[in-house]
Design a protein around this ligand. Structure first.
Ligand code: 4AD
Ligand code: MG
Length: 456
């Protein structure tokens, strides 16, 4: 239906857009990532102490300033006593400010060392709870506010940030309008089973499970729209794929059918992977990600109908029966045959949400798809063509026993100029877990919310 343009070019890299760092922040501090521009000059840097090693009359203090790591060399006979005392007594994660000259050194991380003239401790750290030994996951999660500083956590969250920026660039380049949808809502978006509700001046409000119904409303105003924000599910499952608060990007396109919807998905996912490969190479290396598997990700992705998927699964010994949604184990079994993400399309009506369009060729099914990531990461996208027929939609709302009055406004969209339209939702944490090769979604969001975790 709606032909899709090819993958857009990459937007300009951040470096080319920003003014010099001093101009921007009006500080005398130089960022570690920029030190090569200051070779042999005297500069001041500030950061947090990662390690201190003392070899006789020389101390090596490695700091992290958020833009890179820097080894700072303190030679006793070249500094005053206060600096030597500070350098040899400073504790891990103390905040320090150092002045010295920049010495290019190919062996150093970042390609430079700092030959220190003065070091002062700005914020001393008490004994740091996270040590370079194996801590249990619960301990690390209890200290999430500190765990963020560790290299693997920094790398994962940097990739998340890049992927989120790539989401906006992708839709911006294609002329989509961003629509911010409410978090407090009056109607169930997906399913009654996983709703968070709260008192709303004597009424009940639900935390949004999806922005979809609202982007559908924005479609006749803007044609191509998307929302991107936190969504909430009271998931009672403790799996590596489930959070109770996660971020979802949801495009919605007028005059696009289910086939065009899948084409948009494969272009989009390929673009996100390409951006991570292009701009997060050091982070992916820190995480020891095998990037060769990511380099193969480009359209078209293989497609299999739900009905055929069930046959394949049964042949592999799964107990799945036609009519049931696929479980995590089934998704892994199916996806292991492919190194590209796999579309599974046209699920049975009873396994999916009320708003999906009935398949005219097989009314037991709906025009929808899930996208399963390779390497056992499971579903990263759920999407569908929407039911655009007023009577059928009303019938489905009644069939599901949903409160009709809460959907009156949504039904209006079929009363006032209905049209073919489709959209999907991509979960950011699952996508970033797959791209980075990390096993659990909880590391892919700065402060995860899980069934048993509300702090920090
Ligand atoms: O398949 P879902 O439930 O689809 C929707 O919400 C549709 N309204 C989207 C749309 O058509 N506009 O969720 C979409 C995606 C999933 O594929 C998954 O990536 C992610 O959201 N997701 C979760 N991620 C982490 N934790 C959870 N509990 C998640 N539930 C869904
Ligand atoms: Mg789904």
């Amino acid at each position: 239906m709606n032909p899709l343009p090819s993958v857009p070019h990459l937007s300009p890299s951040p470096e080319s857009l920003v003014p010099d760092e001093n101009e921007m922040s009006r500080t005398h501090l130089i960022e570690v990532k920029d030190l090569s521009r200051h070779a042999e000059a005297t500069v001041t840097v500030a950061g947090w102490v990662e390690t201190v090693r003392i070899h006789g009359r020389v101390a090596f203090v490695v700091i992290r300033d958020g833009t890179g790591l820097l080894q700072c060399v303190v030679v006793k006979k070249e500094v005053d006593e206060a600096t030597w005392e500070a350098a040899t007594g400073v504790t891990q994660e103390s905040t320090v400010e150092l002045t010295g000259s920049v010495k290019p050194d190919d062996r150093a991380p970042g390609g430079n060392e700092l030959l220190v003239s003065t070091l002062s401790v700005v914020g001393p750290a008490e004994e740091y709870p996270i040590q370079p030994k194996e801590h249990g996951v619960e301990f690390l999660m209890d200290h999430r506010h500190l765990w963020l500083r560790s290299s693997a956590q920094r790398a994962g969250l940097r990739v998340r940030s890049e992927v989120m920026q790539a989401v906006h660039d992708f839709y911006y380049d294609r002329g989509f309008t961003r629509i911010d949808t409410p978090i407090l809502t009056g109607a169930i978006g997906e399913s009654a089973g996983t709703l968070f509700s709260t008192d709303y001046f004597g009424d009940t409000a639900y935390l949004a499970q999806t922005g979809q119904l609202y982007v559908e409303a924005a479609c006749p105003a803007f044609r191509k729209v998307y929302c991107f924000g936190p969504t909430f599910r009271a998931e009672k499952s403790k799996t590596r794929r489930h959070l109770t608060e996660f971020w979802m990007v949801e495009p919605e396109v007028a005059f696009a059918d289910s086939d065009a919807n899948m084409r948009l998905q494969e272009e989009f996912v390929s673009y996100l992977v390409e951006r991570a490969l292009e701009r997060c190479a050091p982070e992916l290396e820190t995480l020891e990600r095998d990037t060769s598997v990511l380099e193969r990700i480009r359209p078209p992705f293989p497609r299999v109908s739900y009905t055929e998927a069930v046959e394949r699964l049964q042949a592999k010994g799964s107990g799945i029966e036609w009519g049931r949604d696929l479980g995590g184990a089934d998704e892994t079994l199916l996806a292991e045959e492919h190194h590209l993400p796999l579309f599974v399309y046209n699920y049975p009506k009873e396994a999916k949400a009320f708003y999906m369009k009935e398949n005219p060729d097989d009314p037991r099914t709906v025009l929808c798809n899930d996208l399963l990531a390779p390497e056992g990461y499971g579903e990263i996208i759920g999407g569908s063509q929407r039911e655009d027929d007023l009577d059928r939609l009303l019938h489905r709302i009644r069939e599901e026993d949903l409160p009709e009055e809460a959907y009156n406004w949504y039904l209006d969209l079929r009363r006032y100029g209905t049209f073919v339209h489709s959209g999907f939702g991509l979960g950011i944490e699952r996508t970033v877990a797959w791209i980075t090769g990390r096993p659990h979604v909880r590391e892919m969001i700065p402060f995860p919310r899980l069934m048993n975790r509300l702090t920090p």
